[in-house]
Design a protein around this ligand. Sequence first.
Ligand SMILES: Nc1ncnc2c1ncn2[C@@H]1O[C@H](COP(=O)(O)OP(=O)(O)O)[C@@H](O)[C@H]1O
Ligand SMILES: [Mg+2]
Length: 326
Amino acid sequence: MRENNVETTREAKPFQDLAKWATKAPEGETLISTAYKDKVSEDLKFVDNTPGVHKPDPILVADHVTRKFGGMTAVDVNHFEIERHGITALIGPNGAGKTTFFNLMTGFDTPNTGDWRFDGRDMAHMQPEKVARMGMVRTFQLTKVMSRLTVLDNMLLGAPVQPGEGMFRSLIPGLWRKQERENIEKAEALLERFLLIKKKNDFAGSLSGGQRKLLEMARALMRDPKLVMLDEPMAGVNPALKQSLLDHIMSLREEGTTVLFVEHDINMVRHIADWVTVMAEGKIVAEGQPKSVMNDPAVIDAYLGAHANIDLGDDAVLDLKESEEH
Ligand SMILES: Nc1ncnc2c1ncn2[C@@H]1O[C@H](COP(=O)(O)OP(=O)(O)O)[C@@H](O)[C@H]1O
Ligand SMILES: [Mg+2]
């Protein structure tokens, strides 16, 4: 039964399947199917809580990745794996190197040393556009939506660039128009799903901060990514939209998309993450099941240590410790 579910989901086109998750669950029932969640929980159940630990089915594997800015080492990741089909949270104090690590993995920045493989393919020295084409798409901590373009045009910018678009395709207008029609259909389906369809002809600049975050996430999905990397998707989002963002992230997992996301709100992390990785001063200092990671002394240190710039309130960590004890 479970196997069947997994198979059908794997075959399906992510964005078309998105629609089916848009419906709210009836009272008292959970919205999310549990096929991939179960698979990932099973897979990770017996993985040690050791920084750099091997995982049963990694989609991204990084080795010896370092990035220095002047004398300061922003990223120093010895080994890191992300489990396929899981939701992995990357947490850590401000300045830990999380965004820099995203930049490196997705070709927006170049490391001093290191290599990494995505889905078994060597990714070093690959341009961002190529990285996206391979199925690894990220969003930005500070959204990169184009204020003076409409919401729909922002979405179309996320559409894959067709190889040979310039010469060959422009000679065959039919082909080109068909592609454009498909892109628009896809963009509209995603906007529908992210509750932005009524705004499709508005300038993106008129959206609220939360809606921009939604737009950026929707745009990333224009690529049907295998791995989507969300840099602080909840920052500046009001509580009502936060819940829907969480639902979106969980539904992505059910379509077979792997998610890596940076988040400061520990309760959110506990709620949706299958695995938590903690960065401090450029290094992976802890990783594991959400429950046990939050009680790891290295994690408490990372947030409360003398040199750490705390952006999780102390209270958040303390509350958490308390609630864990009950
Ligand atoms: N382009 C840059 N030039 C110089 N220093 C940078 C640059 N980008 C990031 N840094 C530094 O690298 C460290 C890690 O930053 P960042 O990756 O943004 O951390 P995080 O996302 O975890 O808050 C910080 O000390 C930051 O000041
Ligand atoms: Mg950051």
